[in-house]
Ligand binder design. Structure first.
Ligand SMILES: [Fe+2]
Length: 222
């Protein structure tokens, strides 16, 4: 757990203090707060984690966590991507984009996973997140970018609620993890394994196209 006094940016300290002062939060309140704060690159620069290990599919750096909410800065080299994942027991949250990133949204129902949206999210956008939200993020551009992630709950999270579902079509499985969404994650992160739901050939191919640069740098051809 990181403490607030270690945060150099005044805007980030204000973000933490405001969220700590609220008994309950909602995505509408969080979005308003982020718009007011107008967090800039200079506020998050100290947390950038480019040139992370090749095995990690993006850089993940904790800015602050407590029992109710967590703030991370994710850093994306060209070709970095998350797995397709949900957000466990998140009641409120959002992602602020400091660079343009590819964003795919999925729907999971009746043992079938469907891509419902694929967009290039422009720099400056703030996207709301709740637990059941299933998505994938990727840096399909040539420049490194970073994104600020806030995930919160209105009650103290149990271990059960911190778990996330990760879909791994290239491995033919769907796994429960402790919360990370790395591609090709270490088996020590995997808590439970189930069969991969069905996907259309088009959605599967779109996924493979997005994650191929990561596997290529590991020397794996999908
Ligand atoms: Fe996510």
């Amino acid at each position: 757990m990181k403490i607030m006094s270690s945060i150099a940016s005044e805007k980030l300290r204000k973000l933490v203090a405001t969220l700590n002062a609220q008994e309950k939060c909602t995505n509408a309140k969080l979005l308003r707060l982020l718009e007011e704060l107008a967090i800039k690159e200079e506020d998050i620069a100290a947390y950038q984690l480019y040139q992370h290990t090749q095995e990690e599919s993006y850089g993940r750096n904790e800015i602050y966590t407590n029992e109710r909410f967590r703030i991370y800065l994710m850093s994306w080299d060209a070709g970095d991507a998350t797995a397709i994942h949900d957000h466990g027991g998140t009641d409120w949250g959002c992602v602020q984009f400091f660079g343009a990133a590819t964003h795919c949204i999925y729907k999971y129902a009746k043992n079938h996973l469907t891509q419902t949206e694929k967009t290039l999210i422009p720099k400056g956008t703030i996207v709301p997140v709740v637990g059941s939200f299933i998505h994938l993020m990727a840096n399909t551009g040539k420049e490194s970018i970073c994104t600020l992630h806030i995930y919160g709950r209105n009650t103290k999270a149990t271990n059960e609620e911190e778990k996330a579902i990760v879909f791994q079509p290239e491995k033919g499985r769907m796994v429960t993890t402790s919360g990370t969404a790395y591609l090709n994650m270490s088996e020590s992160e995997v808590i439970d394994t189930n069969e991969m739901p069905t996907m259309s050939q088009e959605d599967y191919q779109n996924y493979i196209n997005i994650v191929s640069p990561f596997y290529k740098r590991l020397g794996t051809v999908l």
